[in-house]
Design a protein around this ligand. Structure first.
Ligand SMILES: [Zn+2]
Length: 477
C-alpha cells in the first residue's frame, strides 16, 4: 500500500550524481526526508503538490565558504547574510570565519532556515590572546571555540598574518583536536598570493587543511594569471590527501579599507587590490579608486547589504573612518574557469572540491548562476555542476544525509530555472525556505560538534551535532 506523503514536487529534471539520476521524476517528501523518487507519484497521496515542470532539481546547495558573522566591526550587518544566501538558493553554509555567538544571534534575529556551521577567525589580541600564538594558547582557544558552538578556526593570513611556524602550530593543534581548520593564505614572510600558497604545503606537513578560495591566489599579482593557476593546480595535486579546497566565481572580492594614521592601508589584501587596478596602495590611492568606480563599498539598503560606487562609496568609507567593507573586481574569469573545471588525469575527480560563494552578507552569492553558465558553455555537465555545488561539499564536511537524494536523506533541495540560471525555489528538511528569490523562512539549524551541545541546548536554536571524523578533511586521518 502507498503511504501518505507531506509534499510532492512534480515534473522536474532530477539530478543526483551519487545515485546516478538524471531524469524527469517526481520527489515525495515525508517527515523532512526524501521518501520516494519516482515517475508519476499520485498527487492524492499528499496534501500539497508543487509543479516544477522544466526546472532542474538538485540536492541543496552547500556553500563551503560563506560569511554570516563578521571579523571586522565595520558598520554593516552580517545577519543579513542568512537571507542573502537563502535567496540565491543555498541551503547549508560553512561560515568562514567569524564568531559562533554572533552567527547564532543572527540566525535567531534574521535567520532564513539555513543549516550553518561556524569557524572562528584567529585575530591576535581579540579572538586569540597572542600574536604568533604558542601551542598551549592554541589548544585552549580551539577547545573553547568548540564549546561555544564553533567547529574550528581559520588563519586569516591576508589580514592578521602569523609566522610560518605559528601557521604550522595552528594546523597541528586543530588536527590534534579533529577540528576544522581553514587558511586564508599569507604569513609574515609572504602575501596573500601564489607565493603565500607555496608556503602552505610545508605548514601542513602531514596534517589536514582547508585552503580557502584558491582563486584569490591566482589574480596575476606575481606572474601572469594563467601561470599562477597552473602552479596552484599543481600544488593542490601534490597535497591531494591533505587538503580540501574551494574556489568562488564572483569577479569581485571582499576586503576592508582600514588605513592607519599615516595613510597606509592596514591589510595586505586591500593593498593587492589597488596594485592590480593600477592605483597607489595607500589611503590616497584608495580614495581615487573608489571615486573612479574601480572599487565599491558595502552598505545597507532595505535589510540587505548592497554595493555602492563612486562618491557614495567614498562618503561611506570616510564615515566609517576607513574601516569599511569594500569590493574590487580582481578575480579573473579565466582563473575561475580553470579552477572550477580542472579534473585529475583519467579521472572524474575534480582537483578543487567545491564552488563556493565567499558571499553570505557580501553581495556576491553567484555560485549557482556562474556554475550554470559553465554548464551552458559546455565546460561542465549538469552532473558535474551538482557535484561541485552539493555532493562534493557534503563529503568535505562529512554531512552524510545531505548532498544527494537517497531515500531517507534530508529533503534539502535547490530548484533551478534554466531560463535564468538562478535558483527559483529551495527547501530545507522538506520546508520551503525560498520562492523566486525571496526568503520565506526564519531561524535555522546550528551545526555544532559534540563539545558545543550544552551551549546549543541553552540557545533555544534548533541544532544538530556533526562528526568531522566523517569529513573528507579527516578521512583516514
Ligand atoms: Zn571569505
Amino acid at each position: 500500500m502507498n503511504k501518505n506523503l507531506d509534499l510532492i514536487i512534480k515534473n522536474s529534471r532530477v539530478i543526483d550524481p551519487k545515485n546516478n539520476i538524471d531524469e524527469k521524476l517526481d520527489v515525495g517528501i515525508k517527515y523532512g526526508k526524501i521518501y520516494e523518487i519516482a515517475k508519476n507519484i499520485q498527487t492524492s497521496r499528499s496534501p500539497e503538490t508543487i509543479d516544477q515542470e522544466n526546472k532542474i532539481l538538485m540536492p541543496g546547495h552547500i556553500d563551503t565558504h560563506a560569511h554570516l558573522s563578521a571579523v571586522f566591526n565595520d558598520n554593516i550587518n552580517s545577519d543579513y547574510g542568512h537571507k542573502m544566501l537563502a535567496e540565491s538558493g543555498t541551503t547549508t553554509a560553512l561560515d568562514l570565519a567569524g564568531e559562533p555567538d554572533i552567527m547564532v544571534e543572527g540566525m535567531k534575529n534574521n535567520g532564513a532556515g539555513l543549516s550553518v556551521a561556524t569557524i572562528m577567525g584567529l585575530v591576535p589580541h581579540k579572538t586569540v590572546n597572542k600574536d604568533d600564538p604558542d601551542n598551549i594558547t592554541l589548544r585552549d582557544t580551539i577547545f573553547d571555540v568548540k564549546k561555544r558552538g564553533g567547529i574550528g578556526v581559520k588563519i586569516l593570513g591576508g589580514y592578521f598574518p602569523f609566522s610560518v611556524d605559528a601557521n604550522s602550530r595552528v594546523i597541528k593543534e586543530a588536527n590534534d583536536q579533529l577540528s576544522w581548520v581553514a587558511f586564508h593564505v599569507g604569513s609574515k614572510t609572504a602575501g596573500s598570493d601564489i607565493i603565500g600558497l607555496r608556503e602552505v604545503p610545508e605548514s601542513t606537513d602531514q596534517g589536514r587543511l582547508h585552503v580557502a578560495h584558491i582563486n584569490s591566489y591566482t589574480r596575476g599579482l606575481v606572474n601572469k594569471e594563467e601561470k599562477e593557476v597552473e602552479e596552484a593546480i599543481s600544488i593542490i595535486k601534490n597535497m591531494k590527501n591533505h587538503w580540501v579546497t574551494e574556489a568562488y566565481m564572483s569577479k569581485i572580492n571582499g576586503t576592508n579599507g582600514l588605513c592607519d594614521e599615516n595613510g597606509n592601508l592596514v591589510y595586505n589584501v586591500a593593498q593587492n587590490c589597488l596594485i592590480l587596478g593600477g592605483y597607489e596602495p595607500n589611503e590616497n590611492g584608495l580614495r581615487k579608486a573608489l571615486s573612479e568606480g574601480y572599487g565599491s563599498a558595502l552598505t545597507v539598503k532595505n535589510n540587505r547589504n548592497v554595493l555602492v560606487n563612486g562618491d557614495e562609496a567614498v562618503k561611506f568609507w570616510e564615515k566609517s573612518l576607513t574601516n569599511a567593507s569594500l569590493s574590487f573586481p580582481v578575480n579573473p574569469p579565466s582563473s575561475a574557469f580553470r579552477l572550477s573545471t580542472e579534473k585529475y588525469e583519467n579521472s572524474d575527480d575534480f582537483v578543487i572540491d567545491a564552488i563556493s560563494t565567499d558571499g553570505g552578507y557580501i553581495p556576491r552569492n553567484v555560485a549557482i548562476e556562474k556554475t550554470m553558465a559553465l554548464v551552458n558553455f559546455g565546460a561542465l555537465s549538469l552532473k558535474d555542476a551538482v557535484i561541485k555545488l552539493s555532493y562534493s561539499p557534503s563529503k568535505m564536511l562529512g554531512l552524510e544525509n545531505k548532498g544527494h537524494l537517497s531515500e531517507g536523506s534530508d529533503a534539502d533541495i535547490t530548484i533551478i530555472d534554466p531560463q535564468t540560471n538562478k535558483a527559483c525555489m529551495s527547501l530545507v528538511a522538506g520546508k520551503v525556505i525560498m520562492i523566486n528569490g525571496k526568503s520565506v523562512s526564519d531561524n535555522g539549524t546550528w551545526l555544532i560538534l559534540e563539545e558545543g551541545k550544552p551551549v546549543a541546548e541553552k540557545s533555544g536554536v534548533n541544532f544538530q551535532v556533526i562528526n568531522l571524523e566523517k569529513s573528507k578533511l579527516y578521512k583516514s586521518f
